[in-house]
Design a binder for this molecule. Structure first.
Ligand SMILES: [Fe+2]
Ligand SMILES: [Fe+2]
Length: 355
């Protein structure tokens, strides 16, 4: 994605057609759809073996469309097919190739993992010192230089994962019991605004997006407006949580998110305040500057450490999840630091759907 308005690719258009087709099997017999799985296999190969940026954008759009459909409501669309064997096959093709490349990418860190008894201190420092944390120059830019349009565009781009955060916590919980469940339920209850619909974090995020004048439906209808790195971050969570066999990675990824979010958010808040917004207009951000400090500590003590205490061999998969999350976040920071300063006001507003 550059600063020109991106177009919907033929891959995304066709996968969306299939996902919501009244009769998917008939649709699949039509020219243009019959060869889609083979086309996406080749696209996936180019994306992850040749590291082609354009193909990675297409692949992550397709995968995110499938993830969005997995949470679609049957009373809001005529049909929805996220679990059709062909769709499941496409998802598996993409996720498997991606995970293979991620295991290679992070092998050196995985080799250097400490024993479980030393994990807490080691991983806390590792996350704190990672280049995607608050020391990344993106956050100084947001705090000190970004215009209101650029800050809005960043908030908009963060939608694909943020909007499903609570759903992803929910998807982790079945089959888990005891203190681990208790912590997840506590985290989930905060996401649920303590049981008040208007205080649910997703609702507050949408309210904040509206107060910033942003398009709040783009993550469903206009997936191609999000950059590859933000889609990858969201897809990484769906991959490691919806696929039960990767749940340890999902637990590690959530540890990284809850541990690093507060410092980064404070810089965004400072940027919005510098541009004259009051805290009520950015309540989603000010709220998370506080609750996530507790969430990070709780996730470590009540989720990660109890799991590792019982199953020390799980450490490698948890660490892979942390690494995947940190890498995705680092890629987002790099992309946004190239992308936001180059976005002229009219372009920034158009890309974020500012009304
Ligand atoms: Fe939240
Ligand atoms: Fe949180």
């Amino acid at each position: 994605m550059d600063t020109a308005a991106p177009q919907k690719s033929t891959y995304l258009a066709r996968i969306e057609t299939l996902l919501y087709a009244p009769d998917i099997d008939r649709k699949l017999s039509e020219p243009g759809f019959r060869d889609l799985p083979a086309e996406i296999s080749e696209l996936t190969r180019r994306a992850f073996e040749e590291e082609s940026a354009a193909d990675q954008q297409h692949v992550h759009e397709v995968l995110y469309a499938i993830n969005v459909a997995s949470l679609a409501l049957p009373w809001e669309c005529d049909a929805v097919w996220p679990n059709h064997p062909l769709i499941a096959g496409i998802r598996r093709t993409i996720e498997s190739a991606w995970e293979r490349s991620e295991r290679v990418r992070h092998e050196r860190v995985l080799q250097s993992a400490p024993p479980a008894a030393k994990f807490e201190q080691w991983i806390t420092e590792h996350i704190r010192d990672h280049r995607s944390n608050v020391s990344h120059p993106l956050f100084r830019f947001l705090k000190e230089e970004a215009t209101l349009d650029q800050l809005r565009l960043f908030f908009f781009q963060e939608t694909p994962f943020d909007i499903f955060h609570a759903d992803l916590i929910t998807m982790m919980m079945p089959g888990i019991y005891g203190v681990v469940k208790q912590e997840m339920a506590h985290n989930f209850w905060d996401e649920m605004g303590g049981g008040r619909a208007e205080a649910m974090h997703r609702t507050i995020r949408i309210d904040t997006a509206r107060s910033l004048g942003l398009d709040t439906e783009a993550h469903v209808r206009e997936i191609h407006r999000f950059c590859c790195e933000e889609l990858a971050l969201a897809n990484m969570y769906f991959d490691t949580i919806a696929n039960r066999g990767k749940l340890l990675q999902g637990i590690g990824a959530m540890l990284a998110t809850e541990t690093m979010v507060p410092g980064r958010i404070n810089h965004q808040i400072a940027g919005f305040r510098r541009n004259g917004l009051d805290d009520g207009q950015i309540y989603y951000l000010t709220l998370h500057a506080e609750v996530d400090i507790e969430h990070g500590r709780g996730w470590m003590r009540n989720v990660v450490l109890p799991v590792l205490g019982q199953h020390p061999a799980a450490l490698r998969e948890v660490l892979l999840g942390v690494e995947r999350r940190l890498h995705c976040a680092g890629a987002v920071c790099d992309r946004m630091l190239r992308f936001l300063p180059a976005a002229a006001p009219a372009q920034a507003r158009a890309l974020a759907g500012v009304s």
